[in-house]
Design a binder for this molecule. Structure first.
Ligand code: NDP
Length: 334
């Protein structure tokens, strides 16, 4: 069965990645919803989408699933409307701007019995899967520490609400730290327990919006993970490292949307590159979503995973604001 998708939000991420990924995974895009009729029409024409509308009910009537990629304060009501109409939902990260909103989404999704996934695309990366498999196979022994380098330059065409709209979830933490958290949970198979952080305002973020942050997450099993996220560093390289009792995994150029990067394993036997898949991350995520609808399997990243990353991001913001360590308390109900 071909899944019919409606796009909620005429966004950049859909334009650059997700429209192509839905089609590559065998889905059909039936409509796009925008708050601007004119922009919606132009967007639909540009991408060969048959319908554009400003009315969510009209969009939902022609879809089996929706992809929500509006700004973050809008995700809650749009997701709840979609699940109440019986539609499956792939929602962008952060799921919402508060845990209460994310839980309201979870309650509605549970009641509706639909598939609901969070688009932490890095779970679809060959490099992240190679790191996860190497850890699970015991190649580095017991993981003790991790480092995430996710600081770059926010491209000019994305220098909008991320820098000046706190109510939309602006800032490096809800944009980037949430990805770091999910990537660490994915590769380690462990949950964050508490965080500490310092945020920075280096001239790019407006109205008190942080444009850089460094911090440490302590995981439940004792591992400590250091992270650096920023919009301001023009020449930095991204990376993900996990260091264990018997070896280290060094991922370079791996915190990215593109299917690139390398992973090196270092042990007493020396150094060797790990084989990594170069499949498109977003196609992997949409294919898993389609399978979840058809076969009842788990999407790459669940709604609960999205609540964990949001809870960690919010704890990082609290820690940066107060100068104190904060516990990560997702409040996930069974
Ligand atoms: P955009 O700013 O491109 O889109 C967000 C909203 O802005 C759209 O829904 C649209 O509103 C409006 N908009 C878009 N273009 C214009 C314009 N030219 N003039 C006025 N309004 C416009 O955001 P992104 O695509 O960067 O991010 C959207 C969501 O996706 C966020 O939740 C973000 O965190 C997430 N994201 C996730 C990524 C991932 O890889 N997982 C990567 C990038 C973003 P309307 O609904 O009215 O059409």
């Amino acid at each position: 069965m071909t899944i019919r998708w409606g796009l909620i939000g005429a966004s950049t991420i859909a334009r650059e990645w997700v429209i192509d990924a839905i089609r590559a995974a065998g889905g059909e895009i039936t409509g796009v919803m925008s708050t601007s009729a004119e922009r919606g029409r132009a967007y639909a024409a540009e991408h060969g989408i048959p319908q554009s509308t400003t009315d969510i009910d009209e969009l939902l009537s022609g879809a089996d699933a929706v992809y929500i990629s509006t700004t973050n304060e809008l995700h809650r009501d749009q997701a709840i409307a979609a699940v109440r109409a019986g539609k499956h939902v792939l929602c962008e990260k952060p799921l919402a701007t508060s845990l209460a909103d994310a839980h309201a989404m979870a309650d509605a999704a549970r009641e509706a019995g639909v598939v609901f996934a969070t688009n932490h695309h890095l779970r679809g990366a060959g490099t992240h899967n190679a790191i996860r498999e190497a850890i699970a196979a015991g190649l580095i022994g017991k993981p003790l520490a991790a480092r995430v380098f996710h600081a770059g330059l926010l491209p000019a065409h994305l220098q909008g609400w991320r820098l000046d709209k706190p109510e939309a979830g602006a800032g490096a933490v809800l944009d980037l730290t949430v990805h770091d958290t999910d990537a660490l949970r994915f590769v380690l198979g462990d949950n964050p327990a508490e965080v500490t952080a310092f945020a920075q305002h280096a001239g790019m973020g407006k109205a008190g919006v942080e444009d850089g942050v460094m911090g440490v997450i302590r995981f439940e099993n004792g591992l400590i993970a250091q992270f650096h996220d920023a919009f301001t560093t023009k020449y930095a390289e991204t990376g993900l490292e996990v260091h264990g009792t018997e070896g280290s995994l060094v991922g370079r150029n791996v915190m990215t949307q593109r299917p690139v990067g390398t992973v090196t394993l270092r042990t007493a036997e020396g150094e060797r590159p790990l084989q990594v898949s170069d499949r498109n991350l977003y196609v992997n995520a949409i294919e898993a979503f389609h399978r979840a609808i058809a076969e009842g399997t788990r999407p790459l990243c669940t709604l609960e995973d999205g609540i964990w990353s949001l809870a960690t991001g919010l704890a990082v913001l609290d820690a940066a604001r107060t100068g104190r360590t904060h516990k990560v308390e997702p409040g996930i109900r069974a």
